[in-house]
Write a protein that binds this ligand. Structure first.
Ligand SMILES: Cc1cc2nc3c(=O)[nH]c(=O)nc-3n(C[C@H](O)[C@H](O)[C@H](O)COP(=O)(O)OP(=O)(O)OC[C@H]3O[C@@H](n4cnc5c(N)ncnc54)[C@H](O)[C@@H]3O)c2cc1C
Length: 542
C-alpha cells in the first residue's frame, strides 16, 4: 500500500479516457482536471522521529520487529480523508515505534505478554484501510507504540463441508481469502469496496459490510466463532449456529477495533460458488421511485444479492465517468434517451441508475429477474441490460483511487454512510442533503453531494453519501464542517452514526447520542475490565 494514498504504485485514476469527467468537475466544483495543484511531499523529506523502543522490549518482540521508517509511516494511520491529507503534507502524528509481524497465534500471545509487561500500546493492523481513524495512536501517547501487523496469518485452515463453515486466519486479505476458498468451490461472499487491501480481522473489528450483503449478510452475520488473544488469555467461542450463553461475547468482539484483543482466527459461513452471477442495470424516473422499488424488492421473495440505487446526482456522476464511447455506444445511448424522454416521460436530470445483482442456479436467477422486473415496472423503472452492471462490477475496486486524483487537484472528497428504517429513509436523505448544502453555502465553497442506497434489510437500508468540496481556506477545518453537518443530520433524523465504517475517532463524538449514555458506560466498562492498563488501541470508540 502507498504510504500517502490508496493502492499500489503504478495504479492510479485518470480522466484521460473519460471525456465527460473534466466538464462535470469544472461545472460542479470549478476544478480543472489538467491542473495538478498539489502532490504529497517526497518520502525523503519526511521527518521521521527516532523510535522509542527499550532494548528488553525489542528483544521480547522477536526477530520480525521492524523500526524501518517506511514501515512505521505506512502503519501510522488508515485511509480516511484526514489521514490522507496529513500524510501528504508530511504531518505524521504519533508514529508507531515498531512494527511486528507474528507468524501464528503463539507469537501473537507472546507479543501481547511483552507489550503488557513493558506497559506498551498494542494496535492490531489488518490492511490499514480504516476510514474512521481506528489505527492512529493518540498524539499524546508517551508509551512505546507497537503496530501488530497480521499479514502473515493469511491461510484458510479448514473447511467443514457438511456445516458450510470455513476457519480462516485473521490476516487474510480479501483476494487471498477468496482465492483459497474458490479453489475448493466455496465463497465467503464478502466484497467491500476496499476488498483488495482489507483483511478478515479488520472486517470483524469494524463490522464491515460488502456489496453482496443482501444475500450473504454483513461480516457480523457471516462470523460464527472467534479466537482472540486478550490480556487475560485466549478467548475462544464455539462455531454453533446459535446459543443462549448470555450477552453475546462474539458480538462484543465484532466492532471492537482492537480494544479487546487481537483476533487471530474466525469460523465463517461459506457458500458454494454460484452457478450464475449477473448484475443488471435499471433506470428509475426519480429517487423516490427508486427507493420504493428497493423497499419492495427487500420485502419480496426475490432474494437478490445486490440492490442499489443512486440518486440523480450520483447517476450523473456515473455517466460522467464513462469511458470514450464507440459509435455504436453513441447510437444506442441516443436511442435509449429518446425512448426514455418521448415514450416514458423521463426527466433525464432526475433519472436514477440502479443495479440489482442475481446469484444462484439458472432457474432461480431467471425467476428472481422476472419478479424484480415486475417490481421495477410498477415503479416506472426499466431494465437496461447487463453491460452497465458488468462495468460497475469491474471498476468498483478502482474507484477508491479517485480521492487521490482529486487531492492532487485541490479537491477534498469523502464518504459518510448510515442506516435507518425504511419509513425514515427519505427524511434522512433530505436532512443530509440540506445539511451538506447549508455547510457549503456557509463556508462559501463549491461543493457536491450525492447518495446511493445499498445493503437492504427486512426493516431498512444503508444510505451512502459521497461529498466533495473545493476548499478556499483551512482545508481540514472546512472538511470538518461539512462532515460534521452530515453526521449530525444522521443522528438528528434517527439514523445511526455509521452502518459499516465503525466509530474509531472520526465518529466517536456522536456515539452517546446514538446508543445513549448507559450504552457508552457499558462499553467503557467492557474495555477497562478487559484491558485495565489501556494498552490495547486506547482512545478508539469511546
Ligand atoms: C476506499 C475505501 C473503501 C471502503 N469500502 C468499504 C466497504 O465497502 N465496506 C466496508 O465495510 N468498509 C469499507 N471501507 C472501510 C475499511 O476498509 C473497513 O473498515 C475494513 O473492515 C478495515 O479492514 P482492514 O483490514 O483494513 O483493517 P485496519 O484498517 O487495519 O484496522 C481497522 C480496525 O480494526 C482493528 N483490527 C484490524 N485487524 C484486527 C485483528 N486481527 N484483531 C483485532 N483488531 C483488528 C484495528 O486495530 C483497527 O482498529 C473502505 C475504506 C476505504 C478507504
Amino acid at each position: 500500500m502507498r504510504w500517502w494514498g490508496w493502492g499500489h504504485d503504478g495504479v492510479s485514476f485518470t480522466h484521460a479516457d473519460k471525456p465527460e469527467l473534466g466538464p462535470f468537475l469544472r461545472r460542479h466544483l470549478g476544478l480543472d482536471v489538467a491542473r495538478v495543484a498539489s502532490r504529497p511531499v517526497a518520502f525523503e523529506d519526511l521527518h521521521v522521529p527516532a523510535p522509542s523502543l527499550p532494548a528488553g522490549l525489542a528483544e521480547a518482540l522477536g526477530a520480525t520487529a521492524s523500526t524501518d521508517p517506511l514501515d512505521r509511516v505506512v502503519h501510522a494511520r488508515g485511509k480516511s480523508l484526514r489521514d490522507l491529507v496529513r500524510h501528504r503534507r508530511g504531518e505524521l502524528g504519533r508514529l508507531p515505534d515498531v512494527v511486528v509481524r507474528p507468524a501464528g497465534e503463539d507469537e501473537v500471545a507472546a507479543i501481547m505478554r511483552a507489550a503488557l509487561e513493558a506497559d506498551a500500546v498494542l494496535i492490531p493492523f489488518g490492511g490499514g484501510t480504516s476510514i474512521s481513524g481506528s489505527l492512529e495512536a493518540r498524539p499524546e501517547e508517551r508509551r512505546t507504540v507497537i503496530s501488530l501487523d497480521l499479514s502473515r496469518l493469511s491461510r484458510v485452515l479448514a473447511v467443514d463441508d457438511v456445516s458450510r463453515l470455513a476457519t480462516v486466519q485473521a490476516g487474510a486479505l480479501g483476494p487471498d481469502l477468496e482465492r483459497q476458498l474458490n479453489a475448493q468451490g466455496w465463497t465467503l461472499g464478502h466484497f467491500p469496496d476496499s476488498f483488495a487491501h482489507s483483511t478478515l480481522g479488520g472486517w470483524i473489528a469494524t463490522r464491515s459490510s460488502g456489496m453482496q450483503s443482501d444475500r450473504y449478510g454483513d461480516i457480523g452475520d457471516l462470523t460464527r466463532a472467534l479466537r482472540v488473544v486478550t490480556p487475560s488469555g485466549l478467548l475462544v467461542t464455539r462455531p454453533v449456529p446459535s446459543t443462549s450463553t448470555g450477552p453475546s461475547v462474539r458480538e462484543m468482539v465484532l466492532g471492537s477495533e482492537g480494544r479487546l484483543g487481537v483476533i487471530t482466527e474466525a469460523t465463517l459461513h461459506v457458500r458454494r460458488v454460484p452457478q450464475q452471477r449477473t448484475i443488471l442495470g435499471y433506470l428509475f424516473p426519480s429517487w423516490d421511485a427508486g427507493l420504493a422499488a428497493m423497499r419492495d424488492i427487500a420485502a419480496s421473495e426475490a432474494g437478490v444479492s445486490v440492490s442499489r440505487v443512486s440518486d440523480a446526482g450520483e447517476t450523473q456522476f456515473s455517466f460522467a465517468t464513462r469511458k470514450r464511447p464507440t459509435i455504436l455506444d453513441r447510437l444506442k445511448s441516443k436511442a435509449l434517451t429518446t425512448y426514455l424522454q418521448r415514450r416514458r416521460g423521463f426527466d433525464l436530470e432526475a433519472m436514477c441508475l440502479s443495479f440489482i445483482g442475481y446469484e444462484g442456479g439458472r432457474r432461480h436467477v431467471a425467476a428472481q429477474r422476472k419478479l424484480v422486473g415486475r417490481i421495477a415496472g410498477r415503479h416506472g423503472g426499466i431494465c437496461i441490460g447487463s453491460s452497465p452492471g458488468a462495468l460497475y462490477d469491474q471498476k468498483k475496486f478502482d474507484t477508491p483511487y479517485i480521492r487521490d486524483f482529486l487531492l492532487d487537484r485541490g479537491a477534498l472528497a469523502d464518504v459518510s454512510e448510515t442506516a435507518a428504517p425504511w419509513s425514515r429513509l427519505s427524511a434522512v436523505y433530505d436532512a443530509v442533503m440540506a445539511a451538506a448544502r447549508g455547510a457549503f453555502d456557509e463556508l462559501g465553497v463549491r461543493g457536491y453531494i450525492m447518495c446511493h442506497l445499498s445493503h437492504s434489510y427486512h426493516a431498512g437500508a444503508c444510505l451512502y453519501f459521497t461529498f466533495a468540496l473545493m476548499p478556499t481556506g483551512d482545508e481540514l477545518a472546512q472538511y470538518d464542517r461539512v462532515k460534521s453537518a452530515i453526521q449530525q443530520a444522521f443522528i438528528d433524523s434517527g439514523a445511526t452514526l455509521s452502518h459499516h465504517h465503525a466509530v474509531g475517532t472520526e465518529h466517536a463524538e456522536w456515539l452517546e447520542a446514538d446508543i445513549s449514555p448507559p450504552g457508552v458506560a457499558m462499553l467503557r466498562a467492557l474495555f477497562t475490565g478487559t484491558d485495565p492498563g489501556a494498552n490495547l488501541n486506547p482512545g478508539k470508540i469511546v
